[in-house]
Write a protein that binds this ligand. Structure first.
Ligand code: UVW
Length: 323
């Protein structure tokens, strides 16, 4: 590994806060366990106007910069294999009555759109969430895959913190950071409280930047997304608030490189691997934010279920916010 940054263990500490074992030795849901029926009903109480917002980005848009992706991944390759022009020349089965239909196939990175990460998606020191051996990822995730999340479904009270709006910007800058104190301050300014067990949605404007900029080369130059930055206090804040799910409009939920040490994605390890907080990335929050800003209500019913990919490292999702 070509880096002079300290090892993840050194940054997070030998005594890093964890929730390993909290829900038993076989747990694969982590903090999503907090989302019980009571939490669903708490979420439902925040539906007032009946407005529905779908939070997935388009998959495979061709009229702009393409899909925003973590470096090294590719966007969906959707292929039409059967349509009206090929119907007569392919070996399509024929059915009585003259029915025709179209079929597609798709090659996708499971992390290549708005997505839920499996709890075992990242690790360090050879151990995943709950202490599972990292070798259980070989050939597919045999522990802490996305499937248990998909089976459960994620439903509860969502709260949106609009950091870009709070800072008076269209979008945060490359590498711009914020922490739990900034979230609390923005929440106060918005007139909302981040409550225990809230599905925490954070808007940075970064996806709007991707589409408006329409220049992938510039976007990826010195790639460093804005976002939450690691501190022990921040991790303890997540633990004490019992946040089940972090949802952002960035590709990887946190500032790409921790500014002091340069370590990449330490919160993936501190929040997901250690605490069991589920991460949802590349969520389109702009339309929801507009509606929240218009009437000053920043909480809503949040519901999402990623695709049931057996042994999957993650899965695309189209979350729904109802307010
Ligand atoms: C990585 O795991 C590198 O990124 P993400 O969580 O965005 O999929």
């Amino acid at each position: 590994e070509a880096t002079d940054a300290p090892a993840m263990r050194e940054l997070l500490g030998e005594d890093a806060p964890t929730n390993w074992g909290k829900w038993g030795p076989d747990d694969e849901l982590g903090c999503l366990n907090y989302l019980d029926a009571k939490e669903v009903l708490r979420g439902v109480r925040h539906v007032r106007s009946g407005q529905v917002f779908t939070l997935q980005i388009h998959m495979g848009r061709t009229d702009g910069p393409g899909d925003p992706l973590w470096p090294g991944r590719e966007g969906i390759q959707r292929q039409n294999v059967l349509d009206e022009s090929t119907w007569d020349t392919t070996a399509a089965p024929s059915f009585p009555g003259g029915l025709h239909y179209a079929d597609d196939t798709a090659l996708i990175f499971l992390q290549g759109s708005t997505q839920y990460d499996a709890l075992g998606h990242v690790w360090y020191d050879g151990k995943l969430w709950n202490g599972y051996d990292a070798r259980s990822t070989v050939g597919g995730m045999h522990k802490a895959s996305v499937l248990p999340i998909a089976e459960k479904g994620v439903v509860g009270r969502g709260v949106l913190i609009d950091m870009a709006r709070h800072r008076g910007k269209q979008w945060l800058d490359k590498g711009e950071t914020f922490d739990h104190n900034d979230l609390e301050e923005a929440a106060r300014a918005q007139g909302v409280t981040i409550e225990p067990h809230d599905i925490l949605c954070i808007r940075t404007g970064w996806l709007k930047y991707w589409y408006d900029l329409n220049d992938p080369e510039k976007f990826y130059e010195g790639f460093c997304e804005p976002g939450l930055t690691y501190s022990r206090d921040l991790v303890e804040w997540f633990r004490d608030k019992e946040i089940p799910n972090l949802v952002t409009d960035t590709i990887a939920n946190e500032v790409t490189n921790e500014p002091d040490t340069g370590v990449a994605l330490p919160l993936h390890c501190a929040l997901m691997r250690n605490l069991g907080v589920t991460l949802t990335e590349i969520a389109w929050l702009d339309d929801l934010a507009e509606a929240c800003a218009a009437d000053g209500r920043w909480s809503f019913l949040y519901a999402a279920a990623p695709l049931k990919v057996v042994n999957g490292t993650g899965a695309p999702v189209n979350p729904v916010a109802i307010r």
